[in-house]
Write a protein that binds this ligand. Structure first.
Ligand SMILES: NC(=O)c1ccc[n+]([C@@H]2O[C@H](COP(=O)([O-])OP(=O)(O)OC[C@H]3O[C@@H](n4cnc5c(N)ncnc54)[C@H](O)[C@@H]3O)[C@@H](O)[C@H]2O)c1
Length: 327
């Protein structure tokens, strides 16, 4: 299938592109490189551009005879979204509306969308199922929820078939650790701890150590990026028979911040400074997924459920690429 991978030069999209190629699909990466890396795209055609450009997006869809769109492109920083909500609504919501309109105009119906556990806000039940109340507490989560609703209503017209995949904490490096995280600025826990282990930052901060969790630090559900990508392939295949799909993607097992720090120490063999500071507003104590729906309906299985394997892959990528993709 010819698949347009919007945001395919980014962390998760580049792993997806690799998996699509390996499975005999023909991915075309569409990215404006505002955050992504040209060097992360190796086995796919690359189109530099912005999916907010209606005419250009139609041209790309038609020229490449695109049959499905996977949409990874977004701004993803929670703190930045609080400071600049309009920028997030523009890139994540308005431009996605333009992308869906271009798909409609070009007659492309299949759409797989990267959503997030942030749509649940401070959930009232753990583990979180797809039916848990959606109540985002920041503009980032709200923009993702707005796109989910837009997909829902557009599909009611019969002109869109979509799968929404709500990721928990994406992590690790895929494909023998060749495709890793290189966000600038970096805000994700595992690469930040690895930076401390590599001596690239003075310390790693723990935000809050008095939560009602086994060691007082927040518990999160870490899911390897290659496992995430596999779920997209399964959801894409199922769009033929089911036009509206929503799945949580996580391992269902949580790890505390301290456990992740200890794991990086073990894998790297390095010591580094850990500083405990106060809680950050809006950090729920525990976020873990009930992903039984994806397992039961899609037949999704994870290959990297253990934190140590995830951290090993990330450590290998970061030590082999100390300056990231170098672009
Ligand atoms: N990383 C995580 O832990 C995580 C968790 C939950 C959900 N998600 C979602 O997964 C998706 C991918 O996340 P990521 O970590 O790979 O992010 P990323 O920043 O690495 O990749 C996003 C890519 O989109 C591109 N992009 C952004 N706006 C664009 C535009 N207007 N036109 C064209 N390209 C544009 C960027 O250049 C970048 O290459 C995002 O939608 C994010 O909300 C990520």
């Amino acid at each position: 299938m010819k698949v347009l991978v919007c945001g395919g030069a980014g962390y998760i999209g580049s792993n997806m592109t690799e998996l699509l190629s390996r499975h005999g699909h023909s991915p075309v990466v569409f990215d404006n490189l505002s955050k992504g890396h040209r060097a992360a795209v190796q086995k796919a055609e690359f189109v530099q551009g912005d999916f907010g450009d209606f005419d250009f997006t139609i041209e790309v869809l038609k020229k490449h005879k695109i049959e499905a769109v996977m949409h990874f492109a977004a701004f993803i920083e929670v703190g930045e979204s609080v400071d600049q909500p309009l920028r997030y609504y523009d890139n994540n919501v308005s431009k996605t509306r333009t992308l869906l309109a271009a798909m409609e105009a070009a007659g492309v119906q299949k759409f797989v969308f990267s959503s997030t556990a942030a749509v649940y806000g401070m959930p009232d039940q753990i583990p979180i199922t797809e039916d848990t109340t959606k109540c985002p507490i920041n503009p980032y989560g709200e923009t993702k929820w707005a796109v989910e609703r837009m997909c829902h209503f557009q599909s009611q017209t019969g002109r869109l078939r979509y799968a929404v995949l709500r990721y928990f904490n994406a992590c690790g490096a895929g494909f023998n650790a060749t495709r890793g995280e290189d966000h600038k600025p970096e805000s994700h826990l595992i690469p930040l701890i690895i930076q401390a282990a590599m001596g690239k930052r003075d310390n790693i901060k723990i935000f809050g150590s008095d939560y009602p969790t086994p060691d007082g630090t927040c518990v999160r559900d870490y899911i390897h990026v290659e496992d995430l990508a596999k779920a997209h392939l399964l959801a894409l295949a199922r769009l033929d028979s089911e036009a509206q799909q929503v799945y949580n993607l996580g391992n269902g097992k949580g790890y505390t911040v301290r456990q992740v720090i200890d794991c990086v120490r073990k894998v790297s063999g390095k010591e580094f400074k850990v500083v405990e500071v106060g809680r950050r507003p809006g950090d729920p104590p525990v976020l873990t997924a009930d992903a039984s729906k994806a397992r039961n309906i899609l037949g999704w299985k994870t290959d990297y459920p253990e934190l140590e394997k995830i951290v090993e892959s990330a450590w290998t990528f970061h030590t082999a690429n100390p300056n990231g993709y170098n672009d």
